[in-house]
Ligand binder design. Structure first.
Ligand SMILES: Cc1cc2nc3c(=O)[nH]c(=O)nc-3n(C[C@H](O)[C@H](O)[C@H](O)COP(=O)(O)OP(=O)(O)OC[C@H]3O[C@@H](n4cnc5c(N)ncnc54)[C@H](O)[C@@H]3O)c2cc1C
Length: 479
């Protein structure tokens, strides 16, 4: 009998590590080292997902063990108490996760337990070793990665374990396995037990059923307009699967299979192109995971070095206005407020808000990364580092340093009716659409007459764009 250690694979269906013939006992360990990087929205989603996972095991006559502590101490003890001769897990890619895996593997080997570690890849369609450049390194150009990723065959989802595959520790194992000191007898902790406040936002439901409902709706309908609509935040045309893919409440093979089913039912070329646009996003997800695997420091360090340091500004007031959605740039503020109320933000608006922070305010991308980490339900080190370093022109395949997204043009282009802004910025609810787009360039008297409660722009766009470009040119040595 083996223990299966769940981490970010909180599902029984389409979980390659659960598909073997041998019986297993599932366990999740609340690890204080990982929790130190947590925040209310993600931990709240995690607890909801664990509740759902436990239910899925109970329906199969088993039980999810819930332990707390350092996994390299908890897992060998638990394996011994439950008489398990192996421990398995699905691979994860951050530096912290890899370090932890090495420590746990070493502790288990010391304790005489054999370990299946690298055998399972339940998070990505293609592991980092399977898509490399000619010299065996990771890709830093997305188009090259995409070509290879797209051409490789994708595995089908694997079936869920059935009753009998899952060990019921209450009936078949020694009481010691469930004893308090094995660390696994615990019930599901609350947010407060883990040291977190309730999230400020209304966090979307977790669990496999919620994920499958979202995927079914997307596959039936929205995926066919994803190609045209995905950049428009008011159109609600994206899948909202990001926290589910982060925590593995849905398997990526299942998502890929849904795209194949949608393609089989597609009526025309436009529909097929739309599905392809969505698949490209799944590839971005894997591109950044491969980058993180190769360069774990990408979470804290610029991926791309400039000869001199970029002189980021220390601007606490600007940073606070950005966090509060009070910059006087309606699209940026709408995104920052959506973050607070929904713990999720549309990708286009994340790009605009991140560009505004790193270019218009010239504030270090790590400040933005950290705020998003605290507020997003889908915070994922790989994609967060990828997105932030893209905006800051320091990442792989990043936007060029001289490209500064103009929030007024972005607003006009992607929120043409001002619908998204009006939804999230009540002070502008009765403001004419043109005035929403042009707000930062209107004269102050006009602004005061139209929406007296909405802030004045905190920066002048043209001037600050020049300042950002000059700072990057200085860092490049061109200044
Ligand atoms: C500054 C910044 C920070 C970001 N931080 C995160 C983060 O912490 N976690 C996160 O999951 N995504 C992050 N993203 C990427 C993207 O914004 C979200 O994945 C997307 O908005 C999630 O919504 P969705 O599930 O409806 O996406 P869909 O459009 O339905 O896409 C499907 C899936 O593809 C993946 N995906 C889509 N776009 C990207 C992308 N640009 N990069 C990587 N994966 C992508 C996600 O897993 C997503 O769920 C960030 C982007 C930026 C610009």
């Amino acid at each position: 009998m083996r223990l299966h250690w769940h981490r970010r694979d909180l599902r029984v269906t389409d979980n390659p590590a659960l598909s073997g013939d041998d019986r297993f006992l599932p366990v999740f360990v609340h690890d204080p080292t990982i929790l130190a990087y947590g925040a209310p929205p993600v931990v709240s989603f995690l607890l909801d997902a664990l509740d759902s996972l436990r239910e899925q095991y109970r329906e199969r006559g088993g039980e999810l063990l819930l332990a707390r502590g350092d996994p390299s101490a908890v897992l060998p003890d638990l394996a011994a108490a439950c008489d398990a001769d192996a421990v398995t897990w699905n691979r994860d890619y951050s530096g912290l996760a890899s370090e932890r895996d090495r420590a746990v593997a070493a502790a288990l080997t010391d304790a005489g337990v054999s370990v299946g570690v690298e055998r399972f890849g339940g998070t990505l369609l293609h592991e980092p070793e399977s898509i490399t450049t000619n010299d065996g390194g990771h890709h830093s150009v997305f188009s090259d990665f995409w070509e290879e990723w797209r051409n490789q065959e994708k595995a089908d989802p694997v079936a869920a374990p059935v009753r009998g595959d899952v060990v019921d520790p209450r009936n078949s194992l020694d009481e010691e396995c469930l004893a308090e000191d094995s660390g696994a007898a615990g019930s599901l902790p609350s947010l407060a037990d883990l040291g977190f406040d309730e999230p400020e936002a209304d966090v979307q439901p977790a669990g496999t059923d919620a994920a499958h409902d979202l995927l079914a709706d997307f596959r039936e309908d929205t995926i066919y307009r994803y190609g045209d609509d995905r950049e428009y935040p008011a159109r609600e045309s994206t899948s909202r699967l990001s926290p589910h893919l982060k925590f593995g409440t849905v398997g990526v093979r299942t998502v890929w299979k849904a795209t194949e089913d949608a393609a089989a039912a597609a009526s025309d070329e436009d529909a097929r192109e739309s599905i392809e646009a969505f698949r490209r996003r799944l590839a971005w997800r894997e591109f950044y995971a491969h980058v993180l695997d190769a360069r774990p420091d990408v979470v804290t360090e610029n991926y791309r070095e400039y000869p001199d340091e970029i002189q980021w500004r220390d601007d606490p007031e600007g940073l606070q206005a950005w966090k509060d959605g009070e910059t006087g740039y309606p699209l940026v503020d709408a995104g920052m407020r959506q973050l607070r109320t929904e713990a999720w933000v549309h990708n286009r608006v994340r790009m605009v808000a991140a560009s505004f922070l790193t270019k218009d305010l010239l504030i270090d991308w790590r400040e933005g990364y950290d705020w998003y980490r605290q507020k997003l339900v889908d915070h994922d080190t790989a994609h967060a580092a990828g997105g932030w370093q893209w905006a800051a022109s320091t990442g792989p395949n990043a936007q060029p340093y001289f490209r500064v997204l103009d929030p007024t043009i972005q607003s006009e282009k992607y929120d043409p009716d001002g619908e998204y802004v009006r939804e999230h910025v009540p002070e502008l609810r009765d403001t004419p659409t043109d005035a929403i787009h042009e707000w930062p360039t209107l004269d102050a008297e006009k602004r005061a007459a139209i929406a007296p409660d909405y802030p004045e722009p905190i920066v002048d766009l043209g001037e600050h764009r020049e300042r950002a470009i000059a700072a990057f040119e200085a860092a490049r040595g061109d200044g």
